[in-house]
Design a protein around this ligand. Sequence first.
Ligand SMILES: [Fe+2]
Length: 256
Amino acid sequence: MKSLLKLDGFEITYHEKSNRIINIQIDDQIIDRLVFPFKKFNITALEYKPFTRFTIAKSLDETTSNKLSNFLNEIIKDRDTGCFIIGPKNKSSKIDQTFLVKLSTAITHLIGNPNHDSMAGKYYARFHVKHEDSSDSYLRKAYVNMDLHTDGTYVRETTDWILMSKLEEENVIGGETALLHLDDWEHLSDLSDDKIGKQNFIWGSPKSKNIDYKVEHPVFSNLLFLTSINFLSQKIWIKDFFYKDYLTLLRVVKIR
Ligand SMILES: [Fe+2]
């Protein structure tokens, strides 16, 4: 088990459901210290001037004498963990949507430079999940379960990690986020050892994503003897009926 860092102004614990996930709660004293540096740039500046994103990332890291960036990178680059949940411990009027966009920006830029999001035309995408939806993707549908998938299946850039932030929640009950660590998947070797799992598929996306090309890659690949997966049933372009059983099997596998 990963040893947890002691960091002034942060409460760091294992997630109650899995030791692979680290919970990081930010105390009020740190939030207070971020208010001023975060005000130096508005959202438009962050969008138009990439270096400003690194400036607010630095402000966040400085509240911990630069220990936070190391810790976050250690968590996500370790195959045994790979996930953290971070956020303010308490709600307050200082923590509005703008603050949360800035906080998310700061966290991501302690890790790397985000891929351009073609749907939003920015370094991040922001959208509502509403009661009714007529879009061409499952992303915004409140009452449809998301199937097992990874992100970045249909773009040329590699998607190493993804950060999601909840900015507001109104009139909502229920709902669940399900994450499956690849090494905890009892079907992994069956599906990845199958020759179809290493065969190239064509992946494309619906109109709203604004990607005008398709990409080709297999579902499973091996990187440094570790298996990785890149799969999303909605984005696959079937050219051969033979694949269907295999893909249906992948799609219906239940997340425990
Ligand atoms: Fe996703």
